[in-house]
Design a protein around this ligand. Sequence first.
Ligand code: ARG
Length: 600
Amino acid sequence: MKIMEKITEECREAVQKAVEGLYKTKETNAIPRVETHIEQNRKADASCSIAFQLSRELKKSPFEIAEEIAKNITPTETIEKVSALAGFVNFAFSQKYYQIALSENQKEKGKQGKKETEKKIKKQTGKESEKQKKKAKQKVIIEYSCPNVGKPLHIGHIRGTIFGHALKKIREQDGDSVVSFNYLGDSGSQVAKLLLALEIYKNLPVIKTEKDLLAYYVKINAEIEQSEELQKRQREILEAIENGDKKIQASLDKVRKLSITAFDNSYDLLGVKFDEVIGESAFIQDGRKVVQEAIEKKIAFKDKGGEIVAKLEPELPNTILTRSNGTTLYLTRDLALADYKFSKYKPSESVNITGSEQNTHFRQVYAILQKLGRNYNNKHVGFGLLTFEGKKLATREGKVILLADIIEEAKQEAKEQIMQREPLLKGKELEERSLAIGLAALKFAVLKVSQEKNIVFNFKQMTSFEGDTGAYLQYSLVRCKSILHKANEESAQEEKNAGKSKKEKREEKYTFNSEEKELLLLLSAFPVVVHNASKSLAPHILCDYLLKTAAAFSKFYSLHSVLNAEDERTKTQRLEIVKATANVLENGLDLLGITTLEKM
Ligand code: ARG
């Protein structure tokens, strides 16, 4: 357990004990909950609201109860002061707390918060307890991106890809083992069109990027639109896919691979990789079997028109499982997919990430699975829309906005910002830095917003070095690193001058000032924040935290000299705080999939 979790537990126990001692005559069900506070101008480092719960039971004012509880708690090594304010029991942490927070961070070199993996636990204890086993083996499937074969990623897929990738990294840091899963749509009409093209042209062109894919898609589309005969053939192909026709399967493999090559290009740009990539078409046959099961279990019935319909009303709308001609639907395949995932990986949790227009779809899928008696822990994350403000993005072919175009736009905007600061920067370095900042801007703009909210992109704002941006965080880290770099240079110079290294004694106590305390408190919250972001599937919690940390660093640095601190002891201590901040920023940005820079 890390220091912040420890002290939270310590505060909780202290309240519990005080309550038991004070009100022993009464049986109380009130459970003390302790919250730590990391915001600026907070009234306490931690607080407990139990007095409000007790007040009803005891018929006494919460103010009075809080006072009584606070008086009955004695400070400890890490809890300096306990007081009551407006019904809350407030805790102030001691200097010792901040010392531990700092050394904890240093020991773990920014990997602070990384939960122990199975192996490590085994090594330490020789055997694993049941609890540890359970903890270490949390396997999670995170399904994200999921574009459709034959078409480029649309804006919803892009948001999901960035989000899913960050969530995977956050989950892993929090100790879960994650399977990243990409479920491609490969049984829709656009795939039939590509297969038709394969028949007509015999060969497909070289398709490397999503741009190529889009151009080709537009070309075939136009041709099919002109010809009724081709449209008829397209329907036949669609049916053949449904029926698992062997010849069609081979062609399907071909176009799937082609699309994957194009998608991989975009995934490389974003730094995204998947453990498993599989198409919908793999679940058609099993989907049909699930429908049979649903009929037998009387969850589904045959409608007048011949369709098989799942009964979900009144909670949810009923939904068709197979059409009158026996073909499956998107939803049917999702039922078989869930079976596949849970039998193959036996995850403790499986997450689907898509646009919020699919919220009802997933509620239906999960409800049917439950009615079928599957005990799966499924979760769905549904996004709001992502739109663009200001500059119009080029959408030459069709109405699709390509990831490559978005990245290019962000990169150009970042370049302008860089050139305002460093007009002389040119060539490869300028290009690389612009791309890194552009990508960071894009990712952070997506991740800082909570899932259900819509996002409006403004490239100028997104790439700004100030404000709630990825660039601001990258820049804060660069500042930390440059201070550390300067300090290293200086001490190397001093060593050279003195001819020997002058090692400092660490025994004397250092008293952290209030800005240092604020920053260290934040730094010690890192593992807790990662855990919360992980469990609530919400990377924006981490984004928000990193912005707060960067702001606290900026405040600390503007008020206190580091390299020119009043004495050596202070300087050393402050450098350590800078190092600890860098650790957290670096690790935090990495979890969001954002690359860090040496210079900005
Ligand atoms: N391919 C689908 C789309 O583009 C998303 C698939 C989401 N995942 C799922 N299990 N249904 O809308």
